[in-house]
Design a binder for this molecule. Sequence first.
Ligand code: ANZ
Ligand code: ZN
Length: 858
Amino acid sequence: MSRYNFKETEAKWQKTWADRQTFAARQGDAGEKYYVLEMFPYPSGRIHMGHVRNYTLGDVVARHKRARGYNVLHPMGWDAFGLPAENAAIQNKVHPATWTHKNIDTMRAQLKTMGLSYDWSREIATCDPEYYRHEQKMFLDFLKAGLAYRKESWVNWDPAEQTVLANEQVIDGKGWRSGAAVEKRQLGMWFLKITDYAEDLLAELENLPRWPDKVRLMQENWIGRSEGARVFFPLKGRDAPLEIYTTRPDTLFGASFMAIAANHPLALELAKNNPHIDAFIAECNALGTSEAAIETAEKRGFDTGLKAIHPLDEKREIPVFVANFVLMEYGTGAIFGCPAHDQRDLDFARKYALPVRAVVAPRTIAGTKEQDDFVENLNTVASEAFTDSADACVLINSEFLDGLSVTEAKRAAIGALEEKGRGKSTIQFRLRDWGVSRQRYWGCPIPVIHCDDCGAVPVPEADLPVTLPNDVTFDKPGNPLDHHPTWKHVNCPTCAKPARRETDTFDTFFESSWYFARFCAPVDDQPFTRDAVDYWMPVDQYIGGVEHAVLHLLYSRFFIRALKDCGYLGVKEPFSGLMTQGMICHETYRAADGTWLTPEEAARLPEGQITVGRSEKMSKSKKNVIDPEVIIGEYGADTARLFMLSDSPPDRDLDWTDSGIEGAWRYINRLWRMVTEPALSLPPAGTPRPAELGAHTLGALKNIHKTIDAVGHDLEQFHFNKAVARIRELSNLLDGLDADDKGAPWVLRLGLETLVRLLGPMLPHLAEELWSHLRQEGPLLADTPWPEADPILIVDDSVTIAVQINGKLRGTVELARDSAEDVVERAALSLPAVSAQLGGRQPRKIIVVANRIVNVVA
Ligand code: ANZ
Ligand code: ZN
């Protein structure tokens, strides 16, 4: 029994494809364009199974579309800036550039062993000045267009590391690495005006039907549009009123306190003369700025002593608190609290013994004794707020709002406020402008120079790129660009006096917001060419992890809009189709002492000494990882690909098992033998269909065509696991062919050729090898069109019609039952036996006996 030599075969075809530049995309080539892209990797060191899955999925799409006649663009590159390179520099004393390029070389070589159909001539690395110079120019254009600006803003500051931390890097109020108590600090930061596009980013989600619903919903929530009102509460003894934002103006009569954020200008002003307020603000600042931190912390407040006047009832005075749960960055940084109908407010009110006033009640109990109990309970002891606002509720204890539904009351309250000049309706977004400044070395320098006289001055375009200095040290905390002896000292481009370069670099999401446009034409002097982006964009199918649902995918949607408005390109949506793949999981193992074990370590220990845990996402911390290089070395890329595709649908998690990979390997060898040692001796390639087929063989022929049809649909819908299952059924069918039945060898050849062609996108090396075996001449499989299913053969209710010439049987045709006469005539005339006999002459007459016979009279 021969064994498939994957090592030799995979290397051979990888070389052939590369030598022939089989996958080079050419703008304007025949066929409709199709741009398929997998999220480019961060070059962290080596590829992991998540990469293997991601790129396999993309490759199947790319190869399938190519076979279908599309002009496919399928590129690959590196998201090469980022913090891990700096950490490596600190830990291993290796320069971030060296570390990054070494990783890129390793990972590129690994990817090349997977046989992916990339156009490698378009490869980019975002840390290359030839890449990032273009985004410096974009930033200058954004500045000119008012889409970028500088603002003092509150950040999480790690005093030990001397750096800003992302919200995710603050754990229990401490820096994730240093463990130092994180402070809130005000820092000058650069922002991009994503909020200008909030409405459009939200509205256009509707026009992305080929995005997963869950991702669209996540973006919708992230953008967070809400309709509400701004209300001005006069403050006793002060001129300026307190402006608040509310989504529930209907509950105004239930207001029992006001709360302002710790960073609210009013709080800061009061703190100047009140050390208690000042101390409370410091306490709030220690909490960190993240919503999660604020959500989970105990609600605390400090009474400022100020009184606000109710805007619709001048007699009512309301205390004003500084509170730790009010965010300065949302709405106006101030609220009115309505404890009866908001849980957070109720918790706060109970804690500080503030009044609670129910103003909304279920309509069913309106005017009854039950309502009195409801109100009494809510106002005195209840610990749960009544937050229902459906139309089945009515307003109570609210003067002119009484009896209205919540919707009606909102409108009426806003009307009354507007009349008094005390408020107006507004639309509010949760989305914040994108802060792009990072105090890091390994990123794209922000092209600005700070001058004491002229302020922040853009670097003149002629001076771009601003490149990173190479001679940096990582021996002290903070930003190496800031410590560099000379780099930041330059003269002001405007007044020529000594000035300082901006030492912040861009958030690395900046690079990933436009790399897909660069792939369209990675030319020297421009970010891309206009005709190339016009031709290739948008990306037709984007594939990656769902963890990017809001950050990368939303930033990119914004960035392309901003580029469009600056005249760079004509589209505004970067990705018309999106597929998010599930995770790869594996069983976990622990030793008796509780430490995690790798699968290999676990296999070496006796069963009694290990505890097998449930299957979880592969992660270094739990040691349940399988190295793709080991799998590819042992079984080949096609086996790994097959297992990735056959186990579960792409968007679901996949369980990696030894038995799964073994099963894939066995099937690959079975395919190899089926084609190289066929059960019947095959007729030569291109042999026409025999005039007559036995009943069994004809059934097989129909099944072959049905498989072509079904697998085509499966691949279009990314049901790769179903496609594999159908192809396996086809191999079973071919194995079971009745050798003695008429036409069996011919159908076997057709079946094997079909099998190989259908497998082409999934198992490209094996399929290419088997194709060359079946077809000694002609194009590579990679250049062979997708097989076509004969529509007649895939109809279940079909009939076999005898075709006669002058009463003598010449063959049969398979047609759908009750086919129209002209369809039957055409099918009969196209039989080789018939056309040969007619020799180009027109038949004298054609007689059709429905569903049975066609007689051609010559
Ligand atoms: C009064 C009220 C009564 C509220 C009630 C809710 C229920 P969304 O829907 O997310 O937009 N709020 C406003 N600004 C805030 C800030 N800066 N920090 C913390 N909370 C803030 O939420 C809007 C509601 O969140 C607003 O409506 C306000 O509380 C609160 F029965 O005003 B509401
Ligand atoms: Zn100047």
